[in-house]
Design a protein around this ligand. Structure first.
Ligand SMILES: CC(C)(COP(=O)(O)OP(=O)(O)OC[C@H]1O[C@@H](n2cnc3c(N)ncnc32)[C@H](O)[C@@H]1OP(=O)(O)O)[C@@H](O)C(=O)NCCC(=O)NCCS
Length: 212
């Protein structure tokens, strides 16, 4: 595994295109974060990885992906390409840099584009968890969102019971701002309280190691 900590951005535009998500590849060394593309819908390995994500109990509870079979996975991938096209969100796929195995995803989306208010989410397949990858990926996409899309404030909202996500938010420098009561219906069909965390573009980079 590479120990490099500074992600290398490729295909980044020159001048900042305000409030636009420009398709960019973020190289974390051992992991590549790149935009989902329409071509990914032709990869059986990626489609099967997505079906595994859609049926994983933790993802189904905290970050449901409506993908139960290859057809649904194909439609999901094509929809991700569409949101890049419309500029509504920046869904990145996380791939093993060596063999292209699907590891997970990080999604930055506008809540209020004019205002520069965005929200970030993440999920990993079980085999990719527990080694700081969500932290590294979220840090990289956060920095990219501030630097290239001119985001002003990025939020993370996670169910109070989702302690792993709370740790990721903390380690990415997203300060806790309080508890939202019965704020979101999760995969169990129930409303849960959520912790709201946020980072401002003017906040310092979080201290400490990025991963483990
Ligand atoms: C949340 C998720 C992305 C974290 O991925 P990860 O790469 O394992 O995260 P990291 O390794 O960067 O950090 C995880 C931290 O949470 C801790 N953690 C992991 N599972 C935990 C659990 N069940 N309870 C409490 N803490 C837990 C880890 O020990 C680590 O803490 P540390 O920094 O003190 O060691 C992953 O668990 C996941 O995909 N969950 C399902 C989808 C989801 O919850 N998405 C977020 C929705 S808001």
């Amino acid at each position: 595994m590479s120990t490099s900590s500074a992600p290398q951005a490729a295909q980044t535009p020159g001048p900042v295109d305000r409030k636009s998500f420009v398709r960019t590849t973020l190289d974390l060394g051992d992991v590549v974060l790149r935009p989902w593309t329409r071509e990914d819908a032709g990869s059986e390995a990626l489609l099967d990885g997505l079906v595994a994500a859609g049926t994983d109990p933790d993802i189904a509870l905290w970050n449901p992906i409506a993908v139960a079979d290859r057809d649904a996975a194909r439609a999901w991938v094509e929809a991700r390409d569409g949101v890049w096209e419309r500029g509504a969100a920046a869904p990145f796929v996380a791939l093993d840099a060596t063999d292209g195995t699907l590891l997970g995803g990080v999604n930055l989306r506008w809540v209020d584009r004019e205002d520069g208010l965005a929200m970030i989410g993440y999920w990993l397949l079980p085999a990719a968890r527990g080694r700081g990858l969500a932290t590294r990926g979220t840090r990289a996409v956060t920095s990219w969102g501030f630097a290239t899309a001119d985001a002003r404030r990025i939020e993370i909202a996670h169910a109070v019971g989702n302690e792993a996500s709370c740790r990721v938010a903390d380690r990415c420098g997203y300060l806790p701002e309080g508890t939202l009561r019965d704020s979101h219906v999760f995969g169990d069909g129930k409303y849960h309280d959520e912790h709201l965390h946020a980072r401002l573009s003017t906040d310092p980079e979080p201290a400490g190691a990025e991963g483990k």
